[in-house]
Design a protein. Structure first.
Ligand SMILES: *[C@@H]1O[C@H](CO)[C@@H](O)[C@H](O)[C@H]1NC(C)=O
Ligand SMILES: *[C@@H]1O[C@H](CO)[C@@H](O)[C@H](O)[C@H]1NC(C)=O
Ligand SMILES: [Zn+2]
Length: 472
């Protein structure tokens, strides 16, 4: 058998020309890894079966999507004066979570809408703030500036960005709510990363841009969005972007496979149900576009899967204040006068020596040497040295305690465990249609196309909306 992640990755490879498959090629695996592909004969037979089933699969997709595209037109609006899009982000909603339990509401949107059959691909690093802001701007993190959840201004190292920092200097690019405001419409930004930052025409109006409060019940968030439809037509926000902390919270505590996750997923389904019911009551369910997505997935972590940097002491002493971030994403900014290239060389020497616990699960790079597909170099906010951590592993400077099993994210964005979901329902989306996986930087152009607005330059492809949306 191929590794479980190889099929979706090959598909992504086809569409995006990724030059690498995830970490397998970045961190060399010990040769002892047992594989059923022991000899060339079985390898050839296997590839033959794999390639032929893949081509049948692809052919089927081509046929089915050309049918649905040519025969069905977008449905027209009769109640709303303008297209309206509501995006719900469920933090850490790993792809496939909705199959853990009965999710009739998400299921209904999938059955009656368009969904990514192998999930939505996050950007690297697979962390909450970089991804939410990539969804909002269509930009890879170096271009939108939010390159981590927490990072220093390298020109002024005492000044750190954090989640609650609303100084516009950190937040580059043009997020969707600003695009909507620039075009003279109302938008609502409900707890989404970056909405409280005043930028251009976007002033974060209190009515449509509440101050972040994690205690606000999920149903209250939905009800507030539904209330907007009681406003005079011209004032209804044409875009609402709403953030929900679950099931990421449970994922970190319990890991991705735990009854608490199943419960949280059922709860998120009831949140979707409340939105559907509210829109149906107003007779606009078929007119409003609903997009459900997440920012990243979740991988299980455990005490025995840690790498401690102090074990590298025989090769190189990594000072704590050089480390900008650890955990699933290691970034190191050595002081001036210390050679980054030399640190990288010595660290990798130690890590591959066999003498550092789990050393072969971490590989460090000068940021400019990271494979291109990570898009994680073109910003002076990104520290000189970036460490890629294998799925499920965690890096710390030294052992501080016994670590509980739980979950984490931040790893390589092509890992299947880092994928999240994408479901869309509305007048421009075909019913029961499946589309291939795509990166979340495509969402910006998709939303501006539905809203009929001219967007800002970004990293999404111009042709993406046409390949997904029904023609008007
Ligand atoms: C946050 O929300 C909770 C629940 O609605 C509320 O009781 C609390 O007052 C809010 N906190 C702030 C600072 O508004
Ligand atoms: C991403 O978009 C920005 C803004 O348009 C552009 O400057 C940058 O070159 C793009 N990067 C890539 C890798 O496409
Ligand atoms: Zn998150």
């Amino acid at each position: 058998m191929a590794s479980p992640s190889s099929i979706p990755i090959m598909l992504a490879h086809q569409e995006y020309n990724y030059e690498e498959t995830p970490t397998t090629s970045l961190i060399s695996k010990p040769p002892s890894l047992s594989s059923p592909l022991k000899n060339i004969k079985s390898l050839t037979l296997f590839s033959l079966i794999f390639v032929s089933s893949l081509s049948i699969f692809l052919a089927f997709h081509l046929i089915s999507s050309s049918f649905s595209l040519s025969s069905v037109k977008a449905r027209s609006l009769s109640k709303l004066p303008h297209p309206v899009v509501i995006i719900f982000s469920f933090d850490g909603f790993r792809f496939g979570y909705n199959l853990k339990t009965s999710t009739p509401n998400i299921g209904r949107l999938i059955a009656e809408g368009t969904s990514a059959d192998e999930g939505l691909i996050p950007v690297f690093p697979t962390l909450t703030f970089p991804n939410h802001y990539s969804i909002a701007t269509g930009l890879f993190p170096p271009y939108h500036g939010i390159i981590n959840n927490y990072f220093p201004d390298l020109e002024n190292p005492t000044d750190w960005f954090s989640a609650s920092n609303h100084d516009p200097k950190w937040w580059l690019g043009e997020p969707l709510w600003q695009t909507v405001a620039r075009n003279g419409f109302n938008a609502a930004g409900y707890f989404w990363a970056g909405t409280e930052v005043k930028k251009g025409a976007w002033t974060c109006p209190p009515k449509f841009c509440p101050k972040y409060n994690s205690s606000t019940p999920f149903f209250k968030r939905v009800d507030d969005i539904l209330e907007y439809f009681n406003l005079p037509d011209k004032e209804i926000p044409i875009l609402s972007m709403v953030y929900f902390e679950d099931p990421d919270r449970e994922g970190h505590i319990y890991g991705p496979d735990h009854p608490e996750i199943t419960k949280a997923v059922a709860n998120m389904d009831s949140v979707v149900g409340r939105l559907i019911t509210g829109l149906e009551k107003r007779g606009i369910f078929e007119e409003v576009t609903i997009i459900l997505l997440g920012d990243h997935g979740m991988a299980g972590i455990c005490d025995e899967k840690y790498v401690f940097l102090n074990e590298l002491a025989p090769w190189i002493q990594i000072e704590d204040n050089w480390i900008n971030s650890a955990g699933t994403l290691l970034t190191i900014q050595p002081p001036s006068g210390v050679s980054s290239a030399e640190i990288v060389q010595k660290m990798n020497e130690g890590l591959s020596s066999g003498k550092v616990g789990n050393g072969d699960m971490l590989r460090v790079y000068l940021k400019e040497d990271l494979p291109e597909r990570f898009h994680y170099a073109e910003s002076n906010r990104i520290p000189a040295i970036v460490g890629l951590v294998e799925e499920g592993y965690t890096v710390e400077s030294k052992r501080k305690k016994t670590y509980e099993c739980g979950g984490s994210h931040g790893y390589d964005n092509l890992l299947f465990s880092m994928r999240t979901f994408f479901v869309a329902h509305g007048p421009r989306f075909a019913k029961g249609k499946k589309i291939h996986s795509f990166q979340n930087i495509e969402v910006y152009n998709l939303v501006t196309a539905i809203l009929g607005l001219k967007g800002a330059p970004n990293n999404g492809s111009i042709s993406f909306p046409n390949s997904v949306l029904l023609k008007k």
